[in-house]
Design a binder for this molecule. Structure first.
Ligand SMILES: [Zn+2]
Length: 411
């Protein structure tokens, strides 16, 4: 890493912390979650970009009468480079609500700097990376360095609720190209050594098993929904694992997973046979397995258990998301990011897949290889959310490193 760049970034740690505190003060919760949207934050960021010597962000407003200002703003900053290639850092403006307020030890939207951390809602998800990307771009401007590729910073709305007002709109307007290098710093581990290139399909399904409730001394008069639900759950578990045994070492774990999870309370007393059971399965399915094949197996077992026990089994999908194609490990963006991580952390970054969803999935669906990487404490969406200041500085170093020419042995 260029000494001047590293020195400038490390020397601006205090300013980075102050900037992150500024973001935390502006909640940016979606109107669908009881908030006012991202407008105030977008305006504040526009001023911050100017103070950092960056070009004025271009605004892409998407009308939303429920939001403050009648729109959901998306901001894009572009800086020319030595080549027409472009490196993008895509972060999201919106944050989730504070949740149960009684679990917070302080006000979620009043930033608190303590023990090398910045506490507050949105400090980790996604403020930390937004600031890191801004300072990585700013260092080039301040030191008069023309980056190897053009730099694109995109600050997008509505990520937490599916991105209909956010990255979907920017992709729809043709802002991105298949040869762009796209980094979505919105997930990672606390070592900073995991680069995410793929996600599994997600199927969350809730079952309702209906029998007939009776006194526990007269099972002959009813139909025990608890017994039928137990049978169904075990049969389904076995059938799904048997039908889909494929392994893909890209993922951790390498198999599809089919897990019985939530079970709602049934009856209040021991001597009543339950007439109704409600429980769920969380399925994370390898991209090579079509979700409708999984659903066909579920349908078969439903039918079999119903006809064997006489109960009625209904189901609803809580979530159903088909996996986007994985970003190839051979993509230039994967190589550049791993190189930069090696130089900053001195470790060998792993490449793999996870079970969740980010803006990267939208890029992958559009045929643009994108990677997810960050160095993060696992506090997103939690009470007392925090960002580790060292992580934010390291991220800025990694991003800035990606923008410099590759230094071969001759350099
Ligand atoms: Zn996020």
């Amino acid at each position: 890493m260029n000494e001047a760049i590293a020195g400038w970034i490390r020397g601006h740690e205090k300013e980075m912390v102050e900037s992150l505190c500024g973001l935390v003060r502006l909640p940016a919760v979606s109107p669908r979650d009881g908030g006012t949207g991202e407008m105030a934050k977008a305006e504040w960021l526009t001023e911050l970009a100017k103070r950092l010597g960056l070009p004025t962000p271009k605004r892409y407003d998407v009308p939303d009468p429920a939001a403050q200002g009648g729109a959901r703003p998306n901001l894009v900053i572009t800086i020319p480079g030595r080549t027409p290639a472009r490196t993008w850092f895509v972060t999201h403006l919106d944050v989730v609500p504070e949740g149960d307020r009684s679990l917070w030890e302080f006000d979620p939207f009043t930033p608190l700097v303590k023990d090398g951390k910045v506490f507050g809602r949105g400090s980790n998800d996604n403020g930390q990376e937004m600031i890191a990307s801004l300072y990585a771009a700013s260092v080039c401007v301040h030191l008069g360095i023309i980056p190897e590729t053009c730099i694109g910073l995109a600050f997008v709305a509505d990520e937490e609720l599916g991105s209909a007002f956010g990255i979907s709109q920017l992709l729809g307007q043709g802002l991105f190209r298949p040869d762009d290098l796209v980094v979505v710093p919105d997930g990672g581990n606390d070592k900073g050594d995991f680069v995410e290139v793929a996600e599994k399909s997600v199927l969350w399904i809730e079952f309702t098993v209906e029998g007939t409730q009776v006194h526990a001394s007269r099972p002959d008069l009813g139909n025990n929904a608890c017994r039928a639900a137990n049978l169904f759950s075990v049969d389904l578990d076995e059938a799904l694992h048997k039908a889909f045994p494929d392994l893909d070492d890209l993922f951790e774990p390498p198999s599809s997973t089919f897990e019985p999870t939530r079970r709602l309370p049934n009856v209040a007393n021991v001597n009543t046979i339950p007439g109704k059971e409600i429980f769920s399965f969380d399925c994370r399915v390898l991209p090579s397995v079509p979700l409708d094949e999984v659903e066909a197996v579920i349908g078969e077992i439903k039918k079999r258990v119903s006809s064997k026990t006489g109960v009625k089994i209904g189901s609803v999908n809580i979530q159903r998301a088909v996996a986007a194609p994985a970003t190839p490990i051979s993509s230039p963006v994967v190589a550049k990011l791993r190189d930069s991580i090696r130089r900053v952390y001195g470790c060998e970054p792993r490449v793999g897949g996870v079970g969740g969803g980010t803006c990267a999935a939208h890029f992958r669906m559009a045929g643009i290889p994108a990677v997810v990487w960050a160095q993060e404490a696992d506090t997103a969406h939690m009470p007392n959310e925090y960002a580790v200041i060292d992580h934010m500085v390291n991220e800025a170093l990694v991003f800035a490193g990606m923008l410099q020419p590759e230094t071969g042995p001759e350099a």
